[in-house]
Design a protein around this ligand. Structure first.
Ligand code: 0RA
Length: 672
């Protein structure tokens, strides 16, 4: 780490190029121009403040969504320098805000930041380029400085705007509506990100305020602002505690931190009385969903130190074989965070850490610290070893049983389940499998489908009864077995994606709590046992309509509440756009909508389940490739479902109830 008190001057900032490329191809810099790209603007500025915090020169960050929809990110860091920059003749502030890749970060190891996002760290200039207006305020050297920009261009020189004893930067920006599909920020999205960043930067306080009015009706007393504050003294240790809040711990969370020349390494871990593994990894605060070298290093060190300890203390006898990676991972929750100067991100979604030196660094640090922990805490060590050895024994004992299910041929040879209405095509690339909730919807789907390429497999609600069971027990469940046989790929060691009988596998469930539950469960099953199907883009979620709006013989289908409003207004029913999202309020609004609709001789039917649609309607709205929309499931979606599954199916009743109660309102659009 560079010396925190070191003074940066303007000439340490390298200049690369102006902002035209950003305005021409925003996607290249922020990924997309949809709502995701919009939020990228906030992450970009916050990342800079987090960089200050990681250097130990900033401990407060405030993010405000202002009443007019603009966003302010303020910190108490050093403040962006305002002195003249040699190469450009501009102030450092203007250089940082108007040139690509300008910033201490890119000046090399000792000239600026040791640590930077690398992937997303494209710089605040990108935010400036894509904002209609931006206001920069810097507190530094006893003064307050301000400068305003429009479309990335400074409107005047830096203005002095008073005196101050503090230091820091405040950036307010108004996203350019001509660039973005939407300029409306989402509170939940921002909170999730800020919470995660707070876990990863211990000791920093990140506050959030949403000053937009009319947003929290009924949730906040009049005149109050929506505020949140995140501060986690324990950093990733608090993160692990949070992940395990509804699980029964075997040991207290272990925390270790060490800085070696290759990286700053932080690891927290805990074993619980569950069977799943949940290890989340970060590199420079970026979630490395695809894992990478830090994860590899951690895994091999974990297996090695558990075995070494078990052997040295006689838990493992000479004749015993070592425990496997799988055995030591059962019931493990861990968060691994590494910070390094030049991260290499690889993989399909650029979320896999590629730096080979990090593998050995993590391996060495974890091995040393964890072995030390085991030696110093014999009781905890004993519990951990017992848990792992139990997993090993269970593995050996269940292998025989599992083999009968998974043995080559055991499933493939099996005849197709009786309730599968298969399609006549034998060409997987044109064939679709609809997994339908319930026999009655299954019946409609069977009658409505195009039997040449669409197969239907109705599932009974029974699969819900697998609560509390290990996922591998689910494989004994008849409904699940039918599904696996229908897929044709086999499972486990015998899985072969080439054998998939359908290249589109569509989950079609009701838009209610049970439907969401079944969908979560299916996604979890695919995530744990059929990940390649998700990666290949074979898994979809059907989008049945929520309403049918008819006038005389004309019928329109609405897939969202917004859809409904626009259809109604096309049919001459106005002033119904106030329909609130919340259930309780909806009843009333629905009635007025109905009353207004009546005047215009329009009727609105709300579909509570797929079973309410007749076969023709189901085909027309949800299954006809020329008309339907479907959501393609990503690995990220399935991962989310997997963690929700843990909460919904967890063995302790209390947190589950809490989850369902606090989320009940949203469950209808639980889009996982
Ligand atoms: C460039 C150089 C320095 C600091 C920053 C940028 C900086 C940017 C942002 C954006 C939001 N908050 C920020 N804080 C700092 C070097 C600082 C120095 O020379 O003292």
């Amino acid at each position: 780490m560079p010396d925190n008190k070191q003074n940066y001057s303007a000439d340490q900032i390298q200049v690369l190029e102006g902002l035209d490329p950003v305005r021409k191809r925003p996607g290249m810099y922020i990924g997309t121009t949809d709502v995701r790209g919009l939020h990228h603007l906030i992450w970009e500025v916050v990342d800079n403040s987090i960089d200050e915090a990681m250097l130990g020169v900033c401990d407060r960050i405030l993010v405000v969504v202002n009443e007019d929809g603009s966003v302010t990110v303020a910190d108490n860091g050093r403040g962006i320098p305002v002195d003249k920059h040699k190469a450009t003749g501009l102030s450092a502030l203007e250089t940082v805000l108007t040139t690509l890749h300008a910033g201490g970060k890119f000046g090399g190891e000792d000239s600026g930041y040791k640590v930077s996002g690398g992937l997303h760290g494209v710089g605040v200039s990108v935010v400036n380029a894509l904002s209609a207006k931006l206001l920069a305020e810097v507190r530094r050297d006893g003064k307050v400085y301000r400068q305003e920009y429009k479309l990335g261009v400074a409107q005047s020189d830096i203005q002095e705007a008073g005196e101050t004893k503090s230091t820091g930067t405040s950036i307010t920006f108004w996203p350019n509506p001509k660039v973005f599909e939407t300029i409306e920020f989402d509170t939940e999205t921002i909170l999730t990100r800020l919470r995660q960043q707070a876990y990863l930067t211990k000791g920093v306080t990140i506050s959030f305020e949403d000053k937009r009015t009319d947003r929290f009706e009924g949730q906040l007393p009049k005149g109050h602002t929506f505020k949140y504050r995140f501060y986690f003294e324990g950093g990733v240790r608090s993160y692990v505690d949070h992940l395990n809040y509804n699980k029964e711990p075997i040991i207290k969370t272990i925390y270790m931190e060490k800085e070696v020349p290759e990286a700053l390494i932080e690891i927290a871990l805990q074993y619980t009385q569950t069977y799943q593994e949940n290890v989340i990894t970060f590199a420079n605060n970026i979630h490395t969903l695809e894992g990478g070298m830090h994860l590899t290093g951690f895994r091999s060190a974990l297996t090695r130190s558990v075995n070494a300890y078990a052997r040295s203390k006689g838990f493992l006898k000479e004749k015993d074989v070592n425990m496997t990676n799988e055995d030591v991972r059962e019931g493990l929750t861990a968060v691994i965070s590494v910070k390094l100067p030049e991260p290499q991100f690889e993989g399909q979604t650029k979320s896999k850490l590629g730096n080979p030196e990090v593998r050995t660094a993590v391996e060495t640090v974890f091995n040393e610290k964890f072995s030390e922990y085991l030696e110093e805490n014999p009781n905890e060590a004993k519990s951990i070893i017992a848990k792992c050895m139990l997993a090993a024994r269970a593995r050996l004992a269940s292998r025989a049983a599992r083999d009968t299910v998974l043995r080559k041929g055991a499933l493939e040879g099996a005849t197709l389940p009786g309730k599968l209405a298969d399609c006549s095509s034998r060409n997987p690339s044109e064939s679709e499998l609809y997994i339908v909730e319930g026999d009655s919807a299954g019946g409609s789907a069977k009658q409505g489908r195009d039997r040449y390429f669409q197969a239907i497999l109705p599932l009974r609600g029974k699969i819900l009864n697998v609560e509390q069971a290990r996922l591998d027990k689910m494989l004994n469940n008849n409904e699940i077995k039918s599904l696996i046989i229908a897929l044709g790929t086999g499972i486990g060691e015998t899985f072969e994606i080439e054998k998939a009988r359908y290249h589109r596998i569509v989950i079609m469930t009701d838009a209610d709590v049970d439907g969401a539950h079944i969908r979560t469960l299916l996604l979890t099953l695919f995530y744990r046992y059929f990940k390649p199907l998700i990666e290949a883009g074979y898994i979809y979620i059907a989008q049945p309509p929520l309403y049918k709006v008819s006038k005389g013989k004309e019928a329109h289908y609405a897939y969202t509440d917004d859809d409904k409003v626009s259809i109604l207004s096309k049919l001459g029913v106005k002033d119904v756009e106030e329909t609130p999202e919340e259930e309780e309020a909806e009843e009333g609004a629905e009635e007025t909508a109905q009353a207004k609709a009546k005047q215009a001789r329009v009727s609105i039917q709300r579909y509570k389940g797929l079973g309410e649609m007749n076969p023709e309607q189901l085909w027309e709205t949800t299954m006809d490739p020329n008309k339907r929309t479907m959501l393609k499931v990503t690995v990220e979606d399935a991962e989310k479902a997997d963690s929700i599954f843990d909460t919904l199916m967890g063995s302790e009743v209390l947190p589950r109830r809490k989850f369902i109660q606090t989320h009940a309102k949203q469950v209808k659009n639980l889009d996982i």
